[in-house]
Design a protein around this ligand. Structure first.
Ligand SMILES: [Zn+2]
Ligand SMILES: [Zn+2]
Length: 86
């Protein structure tokens, strides 16, 4: 079993593998802490240069990829959450 921790409220979640834990954490954070995640993901230092899903160069702060429609708040949350899985 793999354990992951919510980096906002410190609640822990367990699942059979790290990919599943990241899925659970992302769903939890997007549901429980969406405003927090939004504010963090929209900081210049945290925005993506390229869409992590399709690779399109983004160039400015956007919440959704203009090419593939990926939710970049969720992508940011997944990236950070992956660092809290062990
Ligand atoms: Zn939480
Ligand atoms: Zn994209």
């Amino acid at each position: 079993m793999v354990e992951g921790r919510c980096y906002v409220c410190n609640q822990t979640f367990t699942a059979k593998d790290s990919g599943t834990v990241v899925d659970i954490l992302a769903e939890h954070i997007m549901g429980e802490h969406h405003g927090w995640a939004w504010g963090d993901a929209m900081q210049t230092k945290n925005t993506f240069d390229k869409c992590p899903v399709c690779g399109t160069t983004l160039g400015k702060i956007v919440a959704k990829c203009p090419n593939c429609g990926a939710d970049l708040i969720e992508q940011y949350v997944r990236k950070v959450a992956a660092g809290y899985v062990h």
